[in-house]
Every structure is written in C-alpha cells, then in structure tokens.
Design a protein around this ligand. Sequence first.
Ligand code: UDP
Ligand code: MG
Length: 309
Amino acid sequence: MKLLSVIVPCYNEEENVPFFYEEFIKNENCLKEKGLTWEILYVDDGSKDETVKEVKKLHQKDDRVRLLSFSRNFGKEAAMYAGMQKSKGDYVVIMDVDLQDPPALLPEMLSYIEQGYDSVATRRVSRKGEPPIRSFFARRFYRLMKRISRTEIMDGARDYRLMTRQMVDAILAMPEYNRFTKGIFGWVGFQTKWLEFENVERLKGETKWSFWGLLWYSIDGITAFSTAPLSFAAVMGVLFCVLAFILIVFIVVRTLIFGDPVSGWPSLVCIMSLISGVQLFCLGIVGQYLAKTYMEVKRRPIYLIKEEL
Ligand code: UDP
Ligand code: MG
C-alpha cells in the first residue's frame, strides 16, 4: 500500500477544519481502489482561534489526522514547507482548508500520476467572486513574471498540487528563507500535468490576503525568481547619463551661439527632482534585493513547531 499525504495549511480556520475532513473522506473509496492509504496533515499556522482544538477533535476520532502547530503565524509558505518536511507519503498533495481546492479533483489527479507524471498541478481559469481590482493586478503580475523570469509560473496557478516523493524531496532541497512556492514548483521541473477548474468561492471565513499583503508577496516572487529589476536599474542609469550628455552638449552649443541669459531654474528643478526620484527608485530596487539577501544570510528557521500530533 502506498501512502498519500494531504497537507492542509490553516490559519484561523476553525469553521472549515471539520468540513474539509468530511469532504475529503468522500474520496476514500476511490483511494482504496487505487491501493492508497492516506494521512491528513493539518498545519496550524499560529491560529488565534480554535483551529487546533478542532484538529485535535478529529485526531481523537481518526488517527490518520495529524496536527502540526506553529509557535506563531509564519505564513502559508512556511506551512507548506513544514508540511512537506513532516509528510511521510509516497505522494503528497497540498490543499487549502477552505475547499477552494476541490478534493473531487483528486481521483483525476491520481490517475495522471499513475500514467507516469511526476506532478499534477491545477490552475483556475476564472476569477469569479474575486474583487476586479485584485484580478487585474494578479493578471499583470503573471504577465510581468513571464517576461522577466525564466522560471515558468502559470497564470492562475494554485498551490493545489499532487507530487511524487521524488519531487517533494527536490523542493525540500531548496531551503531558502524567502519562499515563493509557485516559482519553486516550476524551478524544480519534472513532468507536470495541468488541470483547469473554475474558481470556487471560499466555504467559510474570509481570505487572509489583503491587497497590500498580496502586493508584498508579488515583490517576494519577483525578487526570488528574477534579477531583471536590477538590470532595469542599471539601464535607467545609462539612459539618464546619455540624456544628460546630450543636454550638456546642447547647452554648451547654445551658450556659444546665443550667450548665457540667466533663466531656466524651474526646468532645472523639474529635471533634478525627476532624476533624484529615479535614483531613489533604483536604490529601492537594490535595497529590496539586499533585504532579501540579508534575511537569507541570517539562516533563521522557516518555522518553529509548538505541538505535533
Ligand atoms: N493560510 C496560512 N497562513 C497564512 C494565511 C493563510 O496557512 O498566514 C492558509 C489558509 O488557512 C488557507 C490557505 O492558506 O487554507 C489559503 O488562504 P486563503 O484562502 O486566505 O487565500 P486565497 O484562497 O484567498 O488566496
Ligand atoms: Mg482560499
């Protein structure tokens, strides 16, 4: 019998924990037919509500339910990493507890693994129910990533993914602190089958992502998988040097021909503030990479465990 590990990151999800279990159990027969046993690994990401209690209740009823509880909120990336580290399965699947990653897709995903794929990934083809502004920026983000990064990151890709142990081990061999799993999945490669589904709305509770949270996360993604912004800063520098040179020539020639009437300080102020703005922006880009490098160099643990069942 092979083992399927289901990793479920949870942050303040007391209402969803039992529903997820019930929904997952519906696939039990199918798993049995495929000769699979399973474990659900709820990773509590420092929840402040009764999430841990709910998982413990399930664990008492069914010892295939495991709990991993963090000492504080470390973020979903850390939860997924911890789950993968602690999972024992020959196959591993990561799923959201709010049922936005439909467990009903599992049988189909498993059949592709049986056909020899190393991984089955999912992407949502619609963004129904999401604020339009968020969809707009999400689309821009994926388009930008496609341009500036060599790592394949699919538009609408979810973290809902079934993987073989071999691929999980490859991911675990990337112990970076600034984790952007969507990029890491693409980076490690392996044969991946993509399944598409229509967006499902969250069962209970609210999304944990604010607009600004997502914006910072996208910057994490860009800095983790592309150094194009650094080149952009350098190109801007060169461009402005060339521009300045042309202006100098122009001014010298004009002075030689027409003399030097004292005027033009407003234009000077405009140019100066524009260029100092660009300088600060470029410095900010360098700062972002420096900050990421700084955090990486510290080698802090990605998560801390408080309790494990
Ligand atoms: N999550 C987590 N830690 C966090 C934020 C979220 O473990 O700091 C979990 C959350 O409980 C859920 C999954 O990550 O199972 C996805 O979160 P959410 O549904 O809020 O994101 P969305 O589906 O809106 O992108
Ligand atoms: Mg969700």
